[in-house]
Write a protein that binds this ligand. Structure first.
Ligand code: SF4
Length: 370
């Protein structure tokens, strides 16, 4: 196995070169200071995103999944510069995003948009739908007057809403319709890449599929690339070309969709997949219930961050010799785990050779086979 410092390619992308990745994220870090006392001194950091690397190709969807608080939303916002990065780099269409001056950033923002999770909170309740959708187009000087009105009508049409809705306010619409308004606003600048930040998790199940189908259709029509942030692996399976799994600020496994679902190699991915309901269960699937809460990213566990909750580290320790294991206390109880899991941080290694795109950060990825 070789360590994957970047999941696909290390070649720099150039604008217009569709064989190069559209988005290249390398060693991204987002730390939030923890301040205490009267003087508000920094006493530590919450490492929300800790050395994350991945790429997204033109027209590709990368699913980014994990439990609440794993840092997936922060990744999406940091790469768009909505949150300042602590370290690392992001290149979009050949341009360094973090080094971009104001003018360059304005150009980049046309190409990179976001759809928020909360369709209520993300729309200004005092603005009409027409103003909400048209505002970015106007700010970027792309249309005004009747041309802007026509463009807004066209966008509303495209997301399945009547152009007549342009004069109404957000509170007059259902959750699904408000999410469509958010999508129309994101499309206004003709982006190449959209961060979809849990775009359907606040919607009724019956509406979720409509919005997902709409995003799929728009991707086909406009060649959009998505970073699809979600906690639901069932949603990601039907929507993504590749999937990256995050735990406590790091990517612990990444692979093309079919490989990840058929041959997961990280115990955390196993646990997430065991919770996905099967439409027609042929074999009974055993649910893996993880013990304990997600640890605090301000004080992550030693070695592999997943070790206090890892079922595999316990099972392997039961069959291993004493020198390979260690006794530790977790939530007041004594447990025997593999010593390597507690002492050494695993790297994101390629599984199956130099060219393999399947990577997992587990010392025992071979034993983690189903
Ligand atoms: Fe579990 Fe050890 Fe693998 Fe971490 S390195 S996922 S603790 S088996």
């Amino acid at each position: 196995m070789t360590t994957a410092t970047q999941n696909d390619t290390t070649s720099a992308s150039a604008a217009g070169d569709k064989s190069a990745p559209l988005l290249e994220v390398e060693h991204l870090k987002t730390y939030f200071p923890v301040k205490r006392g009267l003087m508000k001194r920094t006493v530590g950091y919450v490492k929300a995103v800790d050395d994350v690397s991945f790429t997204v190709g033109h027209g590709e969807t990368l699913g980014l999944v994990g439990e609440s608080g794993c840092g997936k939303t922060t990744v999406g916002r940091t790469l768009l510069r909505l949150i300042p990065a602590t370290g690392g780099s992001v290149r979009f269409d050949g341009t360094d995003v973090f080094d971009a001056d104001r003018q360059t950033m304005q150009r980049l923002r046309r190409g990179m948009q976001i759809i928020f999770q909360d369709p209520v909170g993300s729309l200004n309740p005092r603005m009409t739908v027409g103003r909400i959708v048209g505002e970015p187009i106007q700010v970027h000087g792309l249309a005004s007057g009747s041309a802007l009105t026509d463009r807004v009508a066209d966008l509303l049409n495209r997301v399945g809403l009547s152009p007549d809705y342009a004069t109404r306010y957000p509170h007059e619409f259902s959750g699904g319709q408000r999410q469509r308004i958010g999508i129309a606003r994101a499309l206004g600048l003709k982006p190449k890449f959209i961060v979809c930040d849990e775009p359907v998790s606040a919607l009724d199940v019956s509406i979720q599929s409509q919005v997902l189908n709409l995003l799929n259709d728009l991707q086909d029509e406009f060649g959009l690339a998505y970073l699809f942030v979600a906690h639901n692996l069932a949603v990601v399976e039907h929507f993504s070309d590749r999937v990256a799994v995050m735990y406590l600020g790091r990517i612990v496994e990444v692979a093309d969709r079919d490989t990840l679902y058929a041959d997961p190699r990280h115990p955390y991915t196993h646990a997430l997949l065991s919770a996905v309901p099967l439409p027609k269960p042929i074999v009974e699937k055993k649910r893996i219930v993880l013990q304990g809460e997600v640890p605090s990213p301000s004080n992550p566990p030693s070695g592999c961050h997943f070790h206090p909750r890892c079922p595999l580290a316990r099972t392997l320790a039961e069959n291993a010799g004493g020198s390979d294991t260690v006794q530790i206390r977790i939530n007041g109880e004594s447990h025997t785990l593999m010593a390597k899991c507690v002492n050494e941080s695993p790297t994101l290694d390629r599984i199956g050779g130099e060219d393999a795109s399947h990577c997992a950060a587990c010392h025992f990825s071979e034993e983690a086979k189903r």
